[in-house]
Each structure stands twice: as C-alpha cells, then as structure tokens.
Design a protein around this ligand. Sequence first.
Ligand SMILES: Nc1ncnc2c1ncn2[C@@H]1O[C@H](COP(=O)(O)OP(=O)(O)OP(=O)(O)O)[C@@H](O)[C@H]1O
Ligand SMILES: [Mg+2]
Length: 535
Amino acid sequence: MAGMPRSVTEMWSSAGSTIASLMFLWAILQQYCPYELRRYIEKLTHRLSAYFYPYIKISVHEFTADGRLKRSEAYSAVEAYLSANSSRSANRLKAEMSSRDSNSLVLTMDDHELVADHFAGVKVRWVASKIANPTQPGLYHPAQPERRYYRLTFHKRHRQLITDEYLPHVVRVGKEIRTRNRQRKLFTNSPNYKWPTYKHTMWSHINFEHPATFETMGLDPAKKKDIIDDLVTFTESREFYSRIGKAWKRGYLLYGPPGTGKSTMIAAMANLLNYDVYDLELTAVKDNTELRKLLIETTSKSIIVIEDIDCSLDLTGQRKKNQKWVSDEERDGKQIEKEIGGGRRDLDPAAAAVAAAAGGGVGSSRVTLSGLLNFIDGLWSACGGERLIVFTTNYVEKLDPALIRRGRMDKHIELSYCSFEAFKVLARNYLKLDEEEGDDHPMFATVERLMKEMKITPADVAENLMPKSPLDDADTCLSRLILAMEEAKEAAEMEREVAAARKLVEEKEKKVVGMVNGSPENGVAMLPDNGVAPH
Ligand SMILES: Nc1ncnc2c1ncn2[C@@H]1O[C@H](COP(=O)(O)OP(=O)(O)OP(=O)(O)O)[C@@H](O)[C@H]1O
Ligand SMILES: [Mg+2]
C-alpha cells in the first residue's frame, strides 16, 4: 500500500468499513428481524440486483431432484460438450480413464474452472462447480457425495438465442460426442443362472471389442460400397422414415457357406455405425412374451443379431422336439452338425442339458414363427428406433418366405467364396507386401488362375495367409496358399471322379435290376463274372 496514492488507500479503507457495517447490520437483522420482514428484504435485494445485474445464469445439475441415482442426461451432454472445449482453453483439468480405450485419458474441466464459448458471435461462460452436501453421515445416512453442476452465464439480451438455439446445440453436440466415445457393448440373453445380476435385466453384457471393419473385410469393392452406402443412408434417414410412416429399423439377411464372413460383417457393421450388438440366442427364449420383453429392453443404435436362424426355428412354426440330431446334409464337403435343442452348432450337449434343467429355455422354448415375425415387424418392434435386425444362415432356401420377405429382411446379402478382388484385400491386410509390388505380387497370377478353377472361402484364404512363424514373409504365405489351393483342387477333382464312377455303377446296377426283373427265370445267371451287366 506504501506506493499507492493516499486517496485510493482511503477509498479502500472506507469501502472496507462500509462492507463491515453492512454485514454487521445484516447479522443484527437476521437475529432480531421477524421472518416475514427478512424474506421481504431478501426478495427486494434479489429484484434490485436483477435490475442492475444484466446476466442470466442457468444451472445444469448432475443429479435431478427426483432420482438421485440416475445421472442427468443434460449434465452428461454438457460435460461431453465442454470436454472438447475445456481441454483446449481451461487451465485446471480433471483426467479420467476413457471408458472406450483403457490406454487413454479423457480431460474435463476441474471444479470452479471457467471456460468461455462462442456461439453466433455471442460469448457465454461455463463454470463447473459443486455444493457440499449439508447432511452429516450417520448410521442410516451414509456420506453423500457433493452435488456437482455446470453454470452457464450470458447477457440478458441474448436470452432467446441461448435458450432456442445454443442450448439445443450443446445437447446435440454433447450427445454426438458421447455416442462417439462410448464403450459399445455386446449383449446376450443367456439364461440367468449363468450371470446372476442384481438388476433383473433380460440381457447380460460385456464390452464389444471386435476389431473387424469393412476395410479389413475381403469383399468385392463394389459390393462393399453398396453395403456401406445402404447402412449409412439408413442412419441418416430418421426424417425419411417418419415421413413415410415406417418404423426406423432395417433387416439384413446374410447368407452363404460357412467361413465367408457373415459374423465378421456384423462386427464390421457395428464398428462402422458405432452401434451396440444384441446377440439373441433364440433357443434360450422361453416363449413369445419373453421375446417381446427382450425386444423392449434393447436400446436404439443397436444391431439385434440372430445367428444361424435356420437352426433356431422350425419353419412350420413348431420347434423341433429332438434334443440333438446330426443332419445328413453334406454341402461343399462340410458336414454340419446341428444342435436343435441348443440352437447353436457350437453348444456342447452337456451345457445344453444343464441349461434345459435350469429352465433356461434349451429344449423348453416355445417361441413360434409367428412370434418371431411379430418380433421383427410387429407393433413393438418400433420402440427405440434406429435398429438393425440381422439374420445369418448357411441355408437361405430353408427359410420361410414370410420370414425373409422385403419389409422384414429388407436387404439380402450373399457372402460367397473368395473372389480375386476379395483376395487382394486380404493379401494387403495379411502380408507385408513391398511398396513397389503393391497389388501385383508375381504369385498373384497363379492365385487368380486357381480361383477360377476352384472354390475357396475367405476364412481358408485368411488362415493360409496368416504368418506361422516370425520368419514367414509374403512369398512363404502365398506359396502356402497356392499349395493348399492346388491340393484342394486335386481333392475336389478326385471326389468328382469318384462321384462320377459311383453314379455309373449305380446306373448299371439299375439296368441289371431292370434286366433281372424283365427275365424272372434266369436273369441272374445271365450276369458275367465281374457282376456288371453288359451294355
Ligand atoms: N470376407 C472376409 N474377410 C475377411 N476375413 C474373413 C472373411 N470371411 C471370413 N473371414 C475370416 O474367417 C473367419 C471366419 O469368418 P466368420 O466367422 O465371419 O464366418 P461365417 O460366415 O460367420 O461362418 P459360419 O457360417 O460358420 O458362422 C474369421 O475369423 C475371419 O477373420
Ligand atoms: Mg458365423
């Protein structure tokens, strides 16, 4: 103070004494004034300050008054909105582990920190603050955390702009950031005995961390683009769907032989759109009512998946009664074992039995075809919105036409054997090709030729391209693939020859039987020594 002019020092000391006297007066008033008079003075002061103070304040509290357990959505949206802004301009920040990526931190503004924001040329201020909880912790009242809130301050004259445009903008952007940053989940409706939860939800979940993307999928580029465009158009068509009076959902049927990338594509879809995945195990659903409950508990921005739909439901509308059977179809050399009781091919019989005993639905499910049809496009299917329903099957021709008609399964996608274009995508992903080689490794021509002569699934290509030791380079992996293709081609040729020979024998046998039946007396005696009838 020594260097200050005398008048300023005097001004400060007189201001100080005035404040002290005012506070003293206020204390006296509080003690001796009747309650009504005090209220009146308080109201008057508020009005007076509102008259002179030109700013408006809006608070967004972390917990709403009605449900303290649930974090307010508005608070979360503002927090997300400000986190991008505050990490650039605030001086004191809070760092928390990202829920999406356990190796990164998310920065938000620390308590009592202030950040400015600009909207349409108007400056506003946000302050993060907290109120200490006044209740003392006791035996029946555990310590309550402080109540946090964000306070927005802006000038009166911008009231309309802020309430009509700025706040909706903050909520929209905040929600978008939250959707982008959220940890996506993979839900399953497994029987409760497996994962008992205190909340009686129908779904159990883990974090969804499948790394598949459309870039890594071996598919023809045109087909890939078509699927991506379809998905992106769907997500951007909210208004369109409401205008045409249709629920905002879309059904995809993925069909094709095993190992052609149906499950991988579902993961790629979820990663592209940032959706959760609900893997619906149809055979664990007790009845149609339970199916509806499961549907209601799904959220928007999600994919509901029913894998191997042909194994889960009898298409006459009745569930198959057998606990387990082995089908006699043999397609493309692969014997497919079906667990009708357990639905999925990979369920082991013991687990199926345990689940059945637990009433988890295996063997006791009474979901009907009509229940499933209603699940897909009945009245209840519209709740939530922005959902994809995906069925996968190896045998599209086995499915009831009602199940896969357009409107239920809007887009049918066939995933088939690996084409040369698809192979090139896989090779680029799996092999460390030299820069100058790019898409044209000298061995590609052989692969292309072989692909025209035989069928190979992307799964088999991927397996052969996978390095099996640190020393494996592109040449080794490609040689292995070519060898495998040549062997498979030879095996297929041999199989074809055997099949042709067998057919010939069968035809000849038929002829002989015909001849025998034609001359009942001595037909058998007419056969030559080798047992084959002459032409
Ligand atoms: N088109 C593809 N692009 C990239 N990888 C693929 C492709 N198809 C299959 N794969 C690879 O093969 C493996 C099996 O694929 P996936 O599980 O998606 O096949 P699927 O069609 O679901 O088979 P299934 O009918 O037996 O369920 C995956 O690990 C994946 O890496
Ligand atoms: Mg699959």
